[in-house]
Structures are given as structure tokens and as C-alpha cells.
Design a protein around this ligand. Structure first.
Ligand code: NAD
Length: 537
């Protein structure tokens, strides 16, 4: 049930153009769904061949607001027949779409970026309901995805080919072609940003795509599909199917699907990467993480503590780039009480409350798992400096809330260090030197992100060069690169070698073709067969 504050917020805070947008162009998830009498909740639709259609599914998954447990809708396990229908539509649409010019696809992307910007608040509002993050953070979720759409608007230069004269009258040229039908499988934690890492670049490159949003928060993707259609993405170029394992396995096995983009947990990612590859598909898979922040004694204490509190507890720790692990060098372990004080001041609650700093975890199961991992730390000899378990938010007593939690004196063998907790729970380890810190981080299987806090240029430089992690922050807690670059997590945090977005993202969705052409000037008068391999001079 939406609070009065939420309703007031949703009406009053949006600009007139956005409000017009609500009424005219973008149905919310509820509009895109109809009430299924037996389920007593709106059913989430498939989006196939440009139509939101009711699934004939026999299996349905509950979609609940994590702050209230309110049943928001029912997500279908899209049937095999519907999956085949989506594929058929994607195959047919791509045959025509690939013939369009990069210039015309660029124009569609420009309209899409405009529409997303115009409806950013509405999408963010949906994210708060389904995912639980704060409204400001949800707007950031949309914005970081929007940046990839902006990158797709630069398609014409990014897809420019290469040409060279390689022999007399002979030229070789290379251009990139789309792959055909692609697919995207998304996690729950960035319901707008991660779909936007996938479908805009794929479509801009001339592919069609079948998206499977997270079954826990598909609403943002549904809204984005509506906007994509309005921007001019033709029927069938973007389709949405739903569900979990059965749907994913279909995507891995369907021969018409040539490439899969996956973001999510290790378990699902390893399965999808292996099964997709075995079926001859190109797969990019971003997996789990354990991101370490190293605090050097010469760091600016206040700025560092603020940065760590924000990056460890913001978004309830449900970011793959959250700083979940603190490595305190030397006397910086004495800073922990101050960090705990800052963490204690963060307000936990419903995401539409503007005072709130962090919302709930996605499901009661995620909360139980996090609480179990915190307890495992205590059982294995660590100390719970700040315990957020049992946090109750007035008015939202059923929410999956965990307050900021700090576990100190953690050792690398402990389960709370080895497992990704994916919650506002920070594990802290003590070391004596920067060398020890680097050794610890390089021994961890994950390589998504890391940060060092220091005022020493030499220390920062040493860290940057010796650390084996793909995304490094120097006094920057969450070093997620913007789309002129790519998201470059490494080691256990990625499978496949073409990264999301940036140049590499476009490469993932295209394949190079080289053509060597001979048009002899002399052919105008006389021809004679050549039997030797052409030489390049
Ligand atoms: P998840 O793996 O549970 O779900 C991701 C997708 O995989 C969903 O669409 C889901 O339906 C599907 N899926 C889940 N289990 C499956 C199975 N057994 N077989 C086939 N498909 C399955 O992940 P999540 O909980 O939604 O997301 C959180 C995880 O994602 C965290 O581990 C986080 O670190 C990771 N993540 C990584 C990045 C990154 O860029 N490295 C970004 C965001 C999230």
C-alpha cells in the first residue's frame, strides 16, 4: 500500500512535462498489466512483437514491495511457446532492422534518450516500489543507464569502418555487422541501468534482442520497452520475456540466439556462460564481487570515512561495486568507532521518504542470508561493532530491513569474508602495510572493484600498478567507469572477454567483416587470370 507521502511525492514533485508523460506516453507497470482475477494482483505482460500480451503461464512468481511485502504483481514464467514466438518475431524483425543505416538507428537512440530523460522520475518511482532503493538512488540507476543510450547516439562514428589500399587496384576494408538475435538476462539490483547496458547498444548495432529482466523487479524494463517503441524501435526488435531458470535455459539453448549478455550472481552466470558457450554463443557475464577499500594512515580521515559509509551502506549494500570490505592499514583501525558513529546516523526506511539513506533488502530470504553471514562472523571469532540485525522501521514493520552493520577483526578464512553478503554489512580486516593489503586483495578470487584512500601519490601509484583488480579508485569509493570507457571488472567477477558498454560493448554486439576487392584499371581493356596468392605490395 502506498503511503500518503508517496502519493503526494509522486504527483507534486514531477515537472509538468513529466506528469503529461505519465498520462500520455508511459503506462506504469500497472497500466501494462491487467488484473488476473485468480491471482488478485496485476499480471506482468510479455512484450512480444510490439504488444504487451498476457502470458498463458502456469507458473507465476510473486512481485512484492520489499519495504511493505505488498503484492505488486505476478510475474509469469513465460511459456516455451511464447518464448518461441518472441524468437520468431526477433528473427524476422532483425532481417529488416539490419538493413537500416547507422544514421537512422542513431536517430532512434536520440529519441529514446530524450524519452528516458523525460520519464526518469517515473521509472525511478517504480524502482523504489519494486526494488526498494531510495528515490534519489533510483534516479541514479536510470541516469547511469541513460549514459549508455547517450553512447549509442554516437554510433555513427563508433561504427565507422577501416579501409586500406593493399596492392595495385586492390583494397581491403573492414566494417562491423550485427550478430542477429541477442539476449539479455538481468539481475535485480539495477532494474534500469543494467537493461540499459544491454538493449540500446545491441539494437543500435542492428541486432534484435530478447530481454529477460529480473523476475523480482521487471517494471523498469517494461517502461523502457514502452519508451523504445515510442522512440521508433520497430516491432520485434525488442522483446521481453519473463521467469527464471526455464526461461534462461531456453535462451541458452535456442539456436537463433547468437549472443547472451548476463549480469548477476556467480552461480547463474557460470551456468549461463557454460551452457551458452557449449551451444556456440558469444557470452559476456558479469558476476559477483567482494570490493576492498584500503585506508592508509595519511588519508584525509573525514573524507575517507564519509566515502566509505556511503559506498558500504548506500543502496543497502546491494551494488556489485559496493565497498563491502575495509582493509585498515596500521593505526587506521582506531578510526572504526567514528565510522560506526557515521553509519549509525544513516536512516533506514522506505525509499520514497526523502530523509532515508538506505532501503530494504530485496527479499526476506536475502535478509535471512545476510543475518546468517553476520552471525557466522561472530561465531568464527570476529566482533560485531555495529549490529543492524532486527532493525524495525516504524510504519514498515514487514520490510526486509537490515541496519548498517560493521564486523571487525575479520580474517580471510571466515565465511563472512569469503562470501558476497550483498547487504549493508561491512567486514573489516587489519594489516600493517600496503604490501599486505595488496597481497590480501590479490588473493581474493573476485576482481570487480577496489579503492585506496591516501594522500600519497607514490602509495596510490604503487597500489594502482600492483593491484590485480579491473576497476581501481584512488580516493574514489565506487570507481564505475562512464560509458566512453567500459565496465572492466576482472578475474572471478567476469566470464567472457568483451566488457559491457564503451567500445568493447559495441564490439560484443557486432562482428568484423573484411572485404578485399580488386577492380583492375586494366580490365577496361584486357584481362588475364592470376593464379598466385595476392601479395600485399
Ligand atoms: P541472480 O543470479 O540471482 O539473478 C540474475 C538473473 O539470473 C535473473 O534474471 C535470474 O532469473 C537468473 N537466474 C538466477 N538463478 C538462476 C539459475 N540457477 N539458472 C538460470 N538463471 C538463473 O542475481 P541477483 O541476485 O538478481 O543479482 C545480484 C548479483 O548480481 C550479485 O552477485 C551481484 O554482485 C551481481 N551483480 C554483478 C554486477 C557486475 O557488473 N559484476 C552488476 C550487478 C549485479
Amino acid at each position: 500500500m502506498l503511503s500518503a507521502a508517496f502519493k503526494a511525492h509522486s504527483v507534486a514533485r514531477f515537472s509538468p512535462s513529466v506528469r503529461r508523460g505519465f498520462a500520455t506516453s508511459i503506462p506504469s507497470l500497472q497500466h501494462a498489466a491487467t488484473l488476473d482475477k485468480s491471482q488478485k494482483a496485476p499480471s506482468v505482460k510479455n512484450f512480444i512483437h510490439g504488444q504487451f500480451t498476457e502470458s498463458q503461464a502456469t507458473k507465476w512468481i510473486e512481485l512484492r514491495n520489499p519495504a511493505t511485502q505488498e503484492l505488486l504483481g505476478m510475474v509469469p514464467e513465460t511459456t516455451q511457446e511464447e518464448l518461441r514466438e518472441a524468437t520468431k518475431s526477433a528473427v524476422a524483425a532483425q532481417k529488416e532492422w539490419r538493413k537500416t543505416t547507422a544514421l537512422s538507428r542513431q536517430r532512434v537512440m536520440m529519441d529514446l534518450q530524450y524519452l528516458i530523460r523525460q520519464n526518469q522520475d517515473k521509472i525511478a518511482e517504480n524502482i523504489v516500489q519494486e526494488q526498494g532503493k531510495t528515490f534519489v538512488d533510483a534516479k541514479g540507476d536510470v541516469f547511469r543507464g541513460l549514459q549508455v543510450v547517450e553512447q549509442a547516439c554516437g554510433l555513427t562514428s563508433a561504427l565507422m569502418g577501416e579501409k586500406m589500399t593493399v596492392a595495385k587496384d586492390m583494397e581491403t576494408y573492414m566494417y562491423r555487422e550485427p550478430l542477429g538475435v541477442t539476449a539479455g538476462i538481468c539481475p535485480f539490483n539495477f532494474p534500469a541501468m543494467i537493461p540499459l547496458w544491454m538493449f540500446p547498444l545491441s539494437i543500435a548495432a542492428g541486432n534484435s534482442i530478447i530481454m529477460k529482466p529480473s523476475e523480482r523487479d521487471p517494471g523498469a524494463m517494461m517502461m523502457l520497452a514502452e519508451l523504445a517503441a515510442e522512440a521508433g524501435v520497430p516491432k520485434g526488435v525488442l522483446n521481453i520475456v519473463h521467469g527464471s531458470v526455464d526461461c534462461v535455459n531456453y535462451i541458452c539453448d535456442e539456436p537463433a540466439i547468437k549472443a547472451i549478455s548476463f549480469v548477476g550472481s556467480d552461480r547463474a552466470g557460470q551456468h549461463i556462460y557454460t551452457r551458452g558457450n557449449a551451444n556456440g554463443k558469444r557470452v559476456q557475464a558479469n558476476l559477483g564481487a567482494k570490493n576492498h577499500a584500503v585506508v592508509m594512515p595519511d588519508a584525509n580521515k573525514q573524507a575517507t570515512l564519509n566515502a566509505i559509509a556511503g559506498a558500504a551502506f548506500g543502496a543497502a549494500g546491494q551494488r556489485c561495486m559496493a565497498l563491502s570490505t575495509l582493509v585498515l592499514v596500521g593505526e587506521t583501525k582506531e578510526w572504526l568507532p567514528e565510522l560506526a558513529e557515521r553509519a549509525r546516523q544513516l536512516k533506514v526506511g522506505y525509499g520514497m521518504d526523502p530523509e532515508v539513506d538506505l532501503g530494504p533488502l530485496i527479499t526476506p530470504q536475502a535478509l535471512q542470508r545476510a543475518e546468517r553471514l553476520i552471525q557466522s562472523g561472530a561465531d568464527e571469532g570476529a566482533k560485531i561493532l555495529l549490529d543492524g540485525r532486527g532493525h524495525v522501521v516504524k510504519g514498515y514493520e514487514k520490510g526486509n530491513f537490515l541496519g548498517p552493520t560493521i564486523i571487525t577483526d575479520v580474517k580471510p578464512h571466515m565465511e563472512c569474508y569469503r562470501e558476497e553478503i550483498f547487504a549493508p554489512a561491512l567486514v573489516c580486516l587489519n594489516v600493517d602495510t600496503i604490501d599486505e593489503a595488496i597481497e590480501l586483495i590479490n588473493a581474493n578470487p573476485y576482481g570487480n572493484g577496489t579503492a585506496v584512500f591516501t594522500n600519497s601519490g607514490p602509495a596510490a601509484r604503487k597500489f594502482e600498478h600492483e593491484i590485480d583488480v579491473g576497476q581501481v579508485g584512488i580516493n574514489v569509493p565506487i570507481p564505475v567507469p562512464v560509458p566512453p570507457f567500459s565496465f572492466t571488472g576482472s578475474r572471478g567477477s567476469i566470464l567472457g572477454d568483451l566488457n559491457f558498454y564503451g567500445k568493447s560493448g559495441l564490439q560484443f554486439y557486432t562482428k568484423p567483416k573484411t572485404v578485399t576487392a580488386l577492380w583492375k584499371e586494366t580490365d577496361a581493356t584486357h584481362t588475364r587470370s592470376s593464379v598466385a596468392m595476392p601479395t600485399m605490395h
